[in-house]
Design a protein around this ligand. Structure first.
Ligand SMILES: C[S@@+](CC[C@H](N)C(=O)[O-])C[C@H]1O[C@@H](n2cnc3c(N)ncnc32)[C@H](O)[C@@H]1O
Length: 280
């Protein structure tokens, strides 16, 4: 039976890198062959019996244990780049990818020289920013030592050690200096919402998803502190997913531009340093 048919006949949640069984099957086969060193892959590529067995084992773990494919393959594609991932970090899937693909235009006119990725996880957002802005210096922070270890793997993977660094930090606590751009995809899921999520999400670090105060705790802290760490013309771009309406109600005094996405996603806002400094 074809891998895609096998995936389609089981009850699975797709949303950790693909949104359908066909794309996921294609990713699986191409990733396994690529990781084995194969350079050219076409529909006629023959697959050895050992590789077929290996793929079947991954498929079995996917359907029985509901492990996201990204963890089984130790890779996730984000903004056109292939990141190393494992269960120490969330699987990258943020709509930030679309913003980075467009170099944040028209929000950002001059390329940012200094960028902070707060709550970086695998580092996918900050590292993709570093690749989009080749003259920038980027700091990646997270309060999880394990996430920082994965982010460091990705810095090496993209050979960015000369201008991308990491710091273990509870939000801004260990951060110093000012930035032209702060990007952040913090946890914003309430505990009740987390309990209701498909099993796939429960393979991800809970601290990467769940956030107190009905999911608003960290976004509110970021709004309260970001101003201190932004340059005068700096910009904060913050993802709060479907908590965005509650955040808007909680912070009417902050002028936010809620962004539209062509390829899906919601709840990402841009806020200027000026608007943050005008808070009551
Ligand atoms: C939603 S994940 C996002 C990861 C990554 N930016 C991405 O888009 O895939 C949130 C991250 O925030 C981190 N985190 C949670 N609470 C934090 C805190 N108080 N300070 C810093 N990082 C925190 C988690 O460890 C997790 O890696």
């Amino acid at each position: 039976m074809k891998a895609s048919e096998f995936l389609a006949e089981h009850e699975l949640y797709f949303g950790h890198g693909t949104d359908n069984p066909y794309s996921e099957a294609q990713w699986l086969v191409v990733a396994v062959l690529t990781q084995q060193g194969m350079k050219k892959i076409s529909p006629d590529t023959s697959i050895s019996a050992a590789t077929q067995q290996f793929i079947e084992n991954l498929l079995r773990r996917r359907v029985e244990d509901k492990i996201p494919m990204a963890y089984l393959l130790n890779e996730a594609w984000f903004a056109g780049h292939c990141f190393y991932v494992d269960e120490r970090v969330l699987v990258p899937r943020s709509p930030f990818a679309e913003l980075i693909d467009n170099a944040f235009e028209p929000l950002v006119i001059d390329p940012p020289a200094t960028i902070l990725d707060l709550c970086c996880g695998s580092g996918c957002i900050g590292i993709s920013c570093a690749l989009a802005f080749p003259d920038s210096e980027v700091l990646l922070t997270d309060n999880s030592r394990e996430a920082i270890a994965v982010a460091n793997i990705n810095i090496q993977r993209f050979d960015l050690g000369s201008r991308v660094s990491t710091a273990e930090s509870d939000l801004f606590k260990a951060v110093s200096g000012n930035f032209d751009l702060i990007v952040s995809n913090p946890p914003y899921v309430s505990r009740d919402e987390y309990q209701a999520l498909p099993r796939e999400h429960h393979h991800e670090p809970e601290a990467g998803l769940v956030c107190g105060h009905e999911g608003l705790g960290l976004p509110l802290q970021i709004f309260a502190q970001a101003d201190e760490f932004l340059n005068q013309n700096g910009l904060l771009i913050l993802e709060t997913g479907y908590s965005w309406q509650a955040l808007e109600v909680a912070t009417p005094e902050i002028h936010k531009l809620w962004l539209d996405f062509e390829f899906g996603g919601e709840g990402v806002c841009a806020v200027s340093a000026k608007s943050l400094s005008n808070q009551a």
